[in-house]
Design a protein around this ligand. Structure first.
Ligand SMILES: [Fe+2]
Length: 134
């Protein structure tokens, strides 16, 4: 993906996060199909969910995000973010091809509600996983 397409997808993601914050549209809705991918909507990247949708593990107030994806100069995970139900970005981490695609973010104490983790692959676009903290 060239820089122009990356920016296009990033802009689409930003507008989608706003919509998600309004609580009216889920990340895998028809309006984001082909822009944002998930386990439920692999779109053109059918079969790539396991290596692209971020895995989320919560340990107290720490949220661990990992993408089970190889890392090389030609093909790597570029970035993770974690966004709360209100659309607030709780954290972001940008990777280089020599990094492990794993990140840890802190959520506010007592937080309840949806969390969305994003993982962006330089070849296979933007993937999201949503969980609910009860
Ligand atoms: Fe990929």
């Amino acid at each position: 993906m060239d820089r122009r397409n990356f920016l296009k997808v990033s802009a689409a993601m930003a507008s989608s996060v706003t919509v998600i914050g309004a609580g009216s549209v889920m990340a895998s809705s028809a309006s984001t199909s082909g822009i944002i991918y998930s386990a439920k909507d692999e779109g053109q990247w059918k079969g790539k969910n396991g290596s692209h949708a971020p895995a989320i593990h919560i340990d107290g107030s720490n949220v661990h995000v990992m993408t089970r994806h190889g890392m090389s100069e030609a093909h790597f995970i570029v970035r993770h973010t974690l966004v709360d139900a209100g659309g607030t970005v709780l954290g972001a981490k940008t990777f280089s091809p020599t990094d492990k695609p794993a990140s840890t973010f802190t959520i506010p104490g007592g937080y309840r509600g949806k969390l969305t983790a994003t993982s962006f692959c330089n070849l296979h676009d933007l993937w999201v996983t949503e969980i609910t903290v009860n």
